[in-house]
Each structure stands twice: as structure tokens, then as C-alpha cells.
Design a protein around this ligand. Sequence first.
Ligand code: CTP
Ligand code: CA
Length: 238
Amino acid sequence: FSERQGPKPLTGRRAVVTSGPTHEPIDPVRYIANRSSGKQGHAVAAALAALGADVTLVSGPVTLAHPPGVRVVRVETAAEMLAASQAALQAPDGPADIAVCAAAVADWRVAAAAGDKVKKGPDGPPTLTLAENPDILATLSQAGPARPRLVVGFAAETRDVLAYAAAKLAKKGCDWIVANDVATGTGTFGGDDNQVHLLRRGAAPEAPLVETWPRLSKTEVAARLAQAIADTLSPHTA
Ligand code: CTP
Ligand code: CA
């Protein structure tokens, strides 16, 4: 099955992966959400598990099967995703080693969701007042002693991909950003392929080290990312 000798490279490492969209309720039957199939995040969880990591996948609403060998916590909202991620990171045996935030978190929620279904009426459409959601990636990156050793974010951009991704790396305080171009026509949303750049924090946060990967299946992107994580946490000594 594997040609690798001895234990898998991430055996004994704990990882938390966020995936999928979040749903922010407007009322009991309506919500605000981002586009996300969860395919890339679920593939990352599976790839880390395949290298031996103990993986908790915190997943928003998706139609995907649970990846094999992965603990899955299902959530709906950004607030629930943050709480579940923090709970998974703060296991009794200390902080997890790896956090990968691949979820497409809704940036805003409705400040006061209605308890009953909002009805159409003579006054016209309702006005929604929005509140900003917590930034899960930034919160985990700045978690002090509870911070995982390696925190990885994703950045989906429609233009100026590298510049926006570098700015996110600097602002959020994560170690790596996997950036992809989601402009119309690139076909990454819901598709099976992804073309990404891996940005690693360099000496200066605004000048990251950039690796551009070829167009690959989301499974292959996940496998490469998991291998890069393993190489960083347990460098080859042979
Ligand atoms: N992210 C998060 N929590 C949020 C918003 C984003 O954890 N509330 C994470 C995503 O999972 C991703 C990274 O932050 O790993 C970048 O998400 P993105 O939406 O590209 O960045 P934002 O900071 O929300 O900026 P904007 O949407 O304005 O481009
Ligand atoms: Ca966002």
C-alpha cells in the first residue's frame, strides 16, 4: 500500500480543518451563505488523515460524504464554526499542531434573525441589518499559547490574487495562504480542479515566498498541501 518505511509523517499530530460554507439565518427558512462545495476542505482533511494525522473536520452544510478516518463536527453558522474549532484545538492534551481554514465563512450575519418566518406584505421587502462575523482564521492565528504551530488559510479572489493573498497573510497572522483565482470562467467553484499559489510567510510579512502550482485536481492540491505540512513539521533528517 505504501512504500514509506516506519510511521506515517503526521502520526501523532493533531489537525483541525474548516470546510464548506456557513449558513447565517434570516429567519427559520432563509439564510445568507457563500458559494462553497466543501470539496477542497474535505480533501485536505482526508489528505492529512492519510499521512497519519488525527483530524477534526469542522464542516458547514455540504452534501459530501464524511472523509474516511476523520472526525466530523457539523455546524451551520460562523459562530458555531469558531466555537467548534476552538473546542477541537483545545483538547486536554494541549493545542493542535495544524489548523487549516478552508471554509467559505459568511462575512456577515443578520444582526437579529427573525424567530418566525418573515411574510411578504404591503410594506415591501424587509431591510436586513447585518453584523460582521468573527474571523476564525485570524482568531486561531492569534490564539496565544493555544495557537497551533502551523495555521493555513485559503484566499479566493477574483482579481489581483497574489497581492490580496499577501495582504491577508500579513493581516490575519497565519503562516501560509493557499490562494486561488475564482474569477468567472476559471471553474474552481464546485468543480473538481484547482489552480493555486502557496504563499508562506517570509522574513517580511508583506513579501511572502510564493510557489505557483499547476492546475491539479482538488485531491492532488490537498495531497501536496498535506505533504508540505508534513515536511515543515517533521523535516527529513536522512
Ligand atoms: N475566514 C475565516 N473566518 C471568516 C472569514 C474568513 O476563517 N469570518 C478565513 C477563510 O476560511 C479563509 C481566509 O479566512 O481561510 C480568507 O477568507 P476570505 O473570505 O478570502 O477573506 P476575508 O478576510 O473574509 O476578506 P474578503 O472576503 O473581504 O476578501
Ligand atoms: Ca470573506
